[in-house]
Design a protein around this ligand. Structure first.
Ligand SMILES: [Zn+2]
Length: 192
C-alpha cells in the first residue's frame, strides 16, 4: 500500500551521498511506504533537485522508472547488508556502474585559469550509472561500515555517518533527532 497523501516531490537529502539519497525515494515501513518516484517524470524531478541535470530527461519512460526502482532497491538492500550482499543485487548495481558516462571537461574561467566543468546528465541511463558508481565507491571506500539506518522506529532513511566518533543516530537532527529529544523530555516530565 502506498501512502498518496505525502507530496511525492518532497525528496530527502540527509544521506550524505547521492546513492544513499536515491534510496530515500521510498520511505516508511510496509504497509505504509511512500513512493516518491511514482511517474517517469519524477526521475527528472529528482535529478534536477539533486542538481545533476538542468532539463527533463527525454528518455524517462515507464521502463526507465522500473529500472530506477530496481537499482534503488538493490542499493538499499546492499547498504543495509553490506557485509553479506545478495549476488543479484551486486549484479544490478554493477551493470549500471559499468556503463560509460560523459566525462568532466576543462574550461577557462574569467582569470583564464582552467576550471572543472562537470557534465550535466541528459539521459536516465546516465543518471542511474552515476548513482550506481557512487554506490560502488561508497561500498568499497573508508565509510563502507558507516552506512546506518535512522534510529527512529518509524523512519527508514539511511545515512553515512562521517562524524569522527561515529555515533550519529538520526537521519537528521532537525527531524528525527528533535522528535526523539522532545519525546525524552515529555517522558521525563511524566515521571516527575
Ligand atoms: Zn529519521
Amino acid at each position: 500500500m502506498v501512502d498518496t497523501r505525502t507530496d511525492p516531490h518532497t525528496f530527502r537529502w540527509y544521506g550524505g551521498r547521492i546513492s544513499v539519497d536515491f534510496t530515500a525515494t521510498l520511505t516508511g515501513h510496509i504497509p505504509h511506504t511512500v513512493e516518491h518516484l511514482r511517474t517517469p517524470a519524477d526521475l527528472s524531478h529528482w535529478s534536477r533537485a539533486a542538481r545533476l541535470s538542468d532539463a527533463p530527461l527525454p528518455d524517462a519512460t515507464p521502463r526507465a522508472l522500473d529500472q530506477a526502482r530496481q537499482l534503488r532497491e538493490a542499493l538499499h538492500r546492499t547498504f543495509l547488508h553490506a557485509a553479506k550482499p545478495a549476488p543479484d543485487d551486486l549484479d544490478t548495481i554493477s551493470t549500471w556502474s559499468a556503463r560509460s558516462l560523459p566525462g568532466p571537461r576543462l574550461t577557462t574561467a574569467e582569470n583564464d585559469a582552467p576550471t572543472l566543468c562537470r557534465p550535466r546528465l541528459h539521459l536516465t541511463g546516465d543518471l542511474l550509472t552515476l548513482i550506481a558508481r557512487d554506490g560502488v565507491d561508497l561500498l568499497t571506500g573508508r565509510h563502507s561500515h558507516r552506512i546506518r539506518e535512522c534510529a527512529a522506529p518509524d523512519c527508514t532513511l539511511l545515512f553515512v555517518d562521517v562524524s569522527r566518533p561515529g555515533r550519529r543516530r538520526w537521519c537528521s537532527m532537525d527531524v528525527c533527532g528533535a522528535r526523539a529529544k522532545m519525546a525524552g523530555y515529555r517522558a521525563r516530565r511524566t515521571r516527575e
